[in-house]
Design a protein around this ligand. Structure first.
Ligand SMILES: Nc1ncnc2c1ncn2[C@@H]1O[C@H](COP(=O)(O)OP(=O)(O)OP(=O)(O)O)[C@@H](O)[C@H]1O
Ligand SMILES: [Mg+2]
Length: 333
């Protein structure tokens, strides 16, 4: 028997999104590299998780995939086609095939619309008019997310956060998308509800052919819902591997930190920010344009395993025992 090769759905190649960093008087000081040379592939039926602390560039990648923002450079291919070259019709098809669920189910639903209108909106946008098809699809999707058609005449304020997120998921699934981008879909919910929504994602995965880009800063959650994990630090992927490899034997010091001390991350980050600020202040403003502040490894200021070269040279991504890693330290090879 031949093993089926995985089919590529979405491919991201050398993607960059830089924002100009200006002084209060408008002078260009440098660039904030929100996404810096990121490449990865999401296969059909795969759950691809993107993890990293706040500000690492996760949502920027989601927004680039959804074509809500333009990249500084790089490409995104959907089923082999560059999405940034799509004409109107192709873009319409693409927007049907790629759906998103956001973090905040309160902000995602229009408070003045009834659930029936919310759930039929995607059909109107895509000019699908057959009434029977719409009704049957809506009831099928509500069933899938564990809700009944009794709710159709109600308004969003009549539901809890978890129920609203279910409605958002139903809406995202109505047009049978091929990729669901879920940007921190659980972080606004109570812990007890998080588990229910996570179970719902598992169920969807079993019942529907769909790939996920699952974005979370919480590795506890990612552990239960991912095939492949990419760990992001300051706009860069520093480690990418099969889920079990990441959790059983993390290699990159940043991945190790994320796994071992998740609750402390916020504190560490505040310190790091302060450090960055001092670093900047000590450099005369005129030099800021020329000096690349991101010289060296993005994680060097916090790394327990750093070696001399980490200060000056950015570690390239390389393959190490079946995974991809950006670290100079030979300990991890
Ligand atoms: N429109 C913008 N203009 C300037 N900087 C931006 C803009 N959007 C994002 N950034 C910056 O880009 C970096 C990455 O932001 P992004 O929202 O992608 O991070 P994230 O990983 O999603 O964080 P979080 O976990 O907090 O959602 C941050 O430093 C952010 O401040
Ligand atoms: Mg985000």
């Amino acid at each position: 028997m031949y093993e089926m090769l995985p089919e590529e759905l979405l491919k991201i190649k050398s993607l960059k999104k830089y924002y100009a960093d200006r002084s209060p008087f408008g002078k260009l000081r440098g660039y904030l590299k929100a996404v810096d040379d990121v490449s990865f592939v999401i296969n059909k039926d795969q759950v691809f998780a993107l993890v990293g602390e706040s500000g690492s560039g996760k949502s920027t990648i989601a927004n680039l995939i959804l074509r809500l923002i333009e990249p500084t450079s790089g490409e995104i291919y959907f089923k082999g086609k560059n999405i940034f070259t799509f004409k109107k019709n192709q873009l319409m098809e693409y927007r049907k095939a790629v759906q998103i669920i956001f973090q905040d189910p309160f902000a995602s639903l229009n408070p003045r619309m009834r659930i029936i209108d919310i759930l039929s909106e995607p059909f109107k946008i895509h000019k699908i008019v057959e009434k029977e098809r719409i009704e049957s699809k809506i009831s099928q999707m509500l069933n899938m997310v564990g809700m009944s058609t009794d709710i159709l005449n109600k308004y969003p304020h009549e539901f809890s956060g978890g129920q609203r997120q279910r409605i958002c998921i139903a809406r995202a699934l109505t047009l049978s998308p091929e990729l669901l981008v879920a940007d921190e879909p659980l972080s606004a919910l109570d812990v007890s509800i998080q588990a229910q929504i996570l179970n719902l994602f598992q169920k969807i995965r079993q019942e529907v052919q769909i790939s996920f880009l699952f974005i979370s800063h919480d590795l506890k959650i990612v552990k239960y819902f991912s095939d492949v994990v990419a760990v992001m630090c300051r706009g860069k992927i520093v480690e990418m591997a099969k889920s079990e490899d990441i959790f059983c034997s993390p290699l990159h010091p940043y991945t190790k930190l994320l796994i071992s001390s998740a609750p402390e991350l916020r504190i560490v980050r505040e310190k790091e920010r302060k450090h960055d600020y001092i670093e900047r202040k000590n450099i005369a403003p005129d030099f800021l344009n020329q000096i690349d502040l991101s010289l060296g490894c993005v994680f060097r200021t916090r790394c327990l395993y750093k070696v001399d070269i980490c200060q000056q040279v950015e570690p390239p991504l390389r393959e190490v025992s079946g995974r991809i890693l950006a670290c100079h330290n030979d300990l991890f090879t």
